[in-house]
Design a protein around this ligand. Sequence first.
Ligand code: CMC
Length: 435
Amino acid sequence: MSNRVTITDHATGKSIDLETIEPTLGARLIDIQPLFRELGLLTYDPGFTATASCSSTITYLDGAKGELLYRGYPIEQLVEQSSFIETCFLLLCGHLPSKAELDQFSSEVLQESLLQEEMKRFFEGFRPNAHPMAIMVGVVGALSAFYHDFQDIHDPQNRKHSAKLLVAKMATIAAWSYRYANGLPFTYPRGDYNYVENFLHMMFSLPTNDYTPNPLAVRALEVIMISHADHEQNASTSTVRLAGSSEANPFASIAAGIGSLWGPAHGGANEAVIRMLEEIRASDQPLEHYIERAKDRKDRFRLMGFGHRIYKNYDPRAKILRKLCHEVVEGCKTTKETQELLELALRLEQVALEDEYFKQRKLYPNVDFYSGIIMLSIGIPLNMFTVIFAMARTVGWVSQWNEMFGDGHSKIGRPRQCYTGVEERDYLPMKQRKK
Ligand code: CMC
């Protein structure tokens, strides 16, 4: 098979042979770097629908098959057999750890999970009704003012250290954003708990009561966290890479990623799904009314938790969470309201999957469709859903950020544009402008 593609500009009659790149898995790519130099042509691809912005060895997803691999391992095997902390090691280091490596990594993450005491004042500076995502963006950015020692991004040891530090501190920041908003005292991580247990402990334990994390809640959150840990070059990861490409410090780069994740088209969809289901449940309108609205181009309403840029098949994470949803709703003796939301979600999925509009466009439930019902069932409040997504995705962000500097091809990210504004014109002094 030829490893070249010929591009001919019929306007000038000039041609160029471009090399193709063969990835380990996935579609061949055309290296378009000589295109502008040789033919003076740019490529146009809003939303990067057919453009790879980097090479990566971390995560692979096959949209047609509905497959997701972290460092080659299928997500289904990881949620069954691994833990979140082991998955963090895998994503960061590229291989499954030995027992000694895992023990050491877990212990280092635990040690780093404390925050400088002065950081409490940052939380206290927010209004109590602030969205926890707003608190998280601010506090993570503020880490740059506290941890100067790890900011030499050209030193691989430094990068590894800041990556670990961010993974560790994110659970404390996430839990504290909830504690502050609820007027509760800040809680410290415990040495005898793992990452997920510690997060639940920091969220829910009270000085007045003994609190032991419910094993089913721990298991459910482990699965959610593993499923959300990385997802190759999505909007927030690309934001982290782009921010980091200017050699901005890691804390600022991750804060930028959290901002990008917040939107309802991305990580904010988990909160939006529950709001949508609640609206449908409270409404007099039949479910089909909402399906029709989702199909109407003039209506901004979309079926939240449905559709994906890459998956044109069932999102493998949604499959895992759909199954888990039943176990958790039953096992946690959840409220009648949450059970009704699950029933509604199942009906909505069925109606949508049988509808021609959704079938033609290959729109399936994505990771956010069922994750919210699980989180509600284990007592997580709605405004913490995207925070938990951010906490889980931090390891993906820092792994990709670290890889960017290590691969030897790191360049500042600088997309081109198709300018459609007015041509050059002369400045008009004020008195010559129209009244
Ligand atoms: N409801 C109704 N129509 C939809 C939906 C939806 N949820 N998603 C896509 N479509 C339609 C869209 O209108 C378009 O129709 P047409 O071909 O007639 O113009 C077609 O399907 C293709 O959609 P697109 O908008 O070009 O696809 P995209 O790759 O640009 O967008 C998406 C992907 C995830 C932003 C979009 O599907 C969406 O807004 N879904 C709802 C929000 C959501 O659940 N987001 C979570 C994504 S997964 C987790 C994550 O990444 O954080």
